[in-house]
Design a binder for this molecule. Structure first.
Ligand code: THU
Length: 128
């Protein structure tokens, strides 16, 4: 529970960093080293170039030398637990074990624990 609370704290702090968005999203990923990486969504005038908070967190960890992650939390100002997009689900499947915990939360106390396999059944992982 301590790790989950720490992840929520890091992800919540990331909400303020969202770039150019009316819809702020924060994420926190735990690298295999144990270090936590925060991420925010980063929008772009060319909409397709937008990067979600989950991928920002994961890619920040990769850039810092991580190659694998053990848990991820995402949060937003949604009514219910926020749902990661399909592209993020595929990126998550690349860097987490199938049974790794994924925590979907919001800023009102919603907290759903799921797994990589549950959010992307049948993932394409041939590169692993
Ligand atoms: N977004 C995320 O960062 N993560 C999610 O789980 C859902 C969507 C971002 C993408 C875009 O910047 C905004 O939220 C939706 O318009």
């Amino acid at each position: 529970m301590a790790e989950q609370q720490e992840l929520l704290t890091v992800a919540t702090a990331m909400l303020d960093k969202a770039y150019n968005s009316h819809f702020h999203v924060g994420a926190a990923a735990v690298g295999a080293s144990g270090k936590i990486y925060g991420g925010c969504n980063i929008e772009n005038a060319s909409f397709g170039a937008t990067n979600c908070a989950e991928r920002t967190a994961i890619f920040s960890g990769i850039a810092a030398g991580e190659t694998h992650f053990t848990a991820l939390l995402v949060t937003g100002n949604t009514d219910g637990p926020i749902a990661p997009c399909g592209i993020c689900r595929q990126v998550i499947a690349e860097f987490f074990d199938a049974d790794a915990p994924i925590y979907l939360t919001n800023q009102k106390g919603a907290f759903t624990a799921t797994t990589v396999a549950a959010i992307l059944p049948g993932a394409f992982t041939d590169l692993n």
